[in-house]
Design a protein around this ligand. Structure first.
Ligand SMILES: C[S@@+](CC[C@H](N)C(=O)[O-])C[C@H]1O[C@@H](n2cnc3c(N)ncnc32)[C@H](O)[C@@H]1O
Length: 264
């Protein structure tokens, strides 16, 4: 866990002791952030936050020049250059449909000619190049599986407890905390999000694609791992050095053993 105390909205501001505990916790968190080499490195490299160090901006640099990166978040977040974003609840079916619509249009999220409108003629790439870049096999294109990597580090946002003065979109982490402090609750929430991401991957991931998700450990993670092993050829469970306590599952798919494709 991230070392935050469990803070329930009803208790906020209602007790002096509670406020003292919260301030002490926040000071400890700030001190640890300052010491954290990844936080410092992210700042040195001009990355938006410790989390961003691990993900979005790295994703952009890894997919240049022809890739596209789409971020989805329930809170408004200003995307780094080169990233498209959708604000919405990933657990809502209509948001997933909206994301699929975005993916279906190979020109969305790609550089546009100055003055061009967002239609099939607006891409810098020829339509044939785009189709080739997006689909590993004709089957994938037919099934609308055009995604190489699904990466989820979603964790349930909890109620705002501080930083009410901060009104910019550029750093929502000042306003939201990402764990409740209650291990069971964090684990259950992260399992829901991982399962939703996995289900979504089965619709959009092309053969040979990868699925990576972050989760909080707990009773249900074995079941998630079992599902992953059923669906993918290889499953790795790891805790990167840059992560304080959260585990990642990294699942490279092999195009010769894409069981998701075999089922369809
Ligand atoms: C650890 S942060 C990830 C930050 C992001 N990867 C980045 O690089 O800036 C977890 C994020 O998951 C988002 N999240 C939690 N539940 C969500 C949901 N149901 N739908 C979409 N996003 C969600 C939170 O708002 C939070 O920003």
């Amino acid at each position: 866990m991230f070392g935050l105390f469990s803070i329930r909205p009803r208790a906020i501001g209602s007790s002096g002791l509670f406020n003292q505990i919260r301030k002490a916790s926040s000071k400890r968190w700030q001190a640890r952030q300052q010491k954290d080499q990844f936080t410092r490195e992210a700042a040195v490299q001009g990355l938006k936050s410790r989390a961003a160090f691990k993900l979005l901006q790295v994703a952009v640099s890894r997919t240049q020049p022809n890739g596209r990166v789409l971020g989805v978040d329930i809170i408004p977040a200003q995307p780094p250059k080169g990233v498209s974003t959708i604000q919405g609840n990933f657990l809502a079916p209509e948001i997933q449909e909206y994301i699929q619509d975005f993916l279906r249009n190979p020109n969305r999220g790609r550089p546009r000619q100055p003055g061009a409108i967002d239609d099939a003629s607006s891409s810098l790439l020829e339509p044939a190049d785009v189709a080739e870049a997006d689909a590993a096999r004709p089957d994938d294109a037919k099934m609308e599986r055009t995604v190489d990597v699904v990466l989820s580090d979603m964790s349930a946002p909890w109620y705002q407890t501080s930083g009410f003065w901060k009104r910019s979109l550029s750093n929502p982490y000042h306003r939201m905390m990402n764990t409740s402090g209650n291990n069971f609750r964090d684990h259950a929430g992260s399992m829901d999000l991982c399962n939703a991401a996995l289900q979504f991957s089965s619709k959009v991931l092309k053969a040979g694609g990868h699925f990576v998700c972050k989760f909080y450990q707990g009773a249900e993670d074995k079941e998630l791992e079992k599902q992953l092993k059923d669906m993918f050829q290889r499953v790795h469970r790891l805790k990167p050095e840059s992560s304080r306590s959260v585990r990642l599952v990294h699942i490279p798919q092999n195009s010769t053993d894409h069981r998701l494709n075999k089922r369809n």
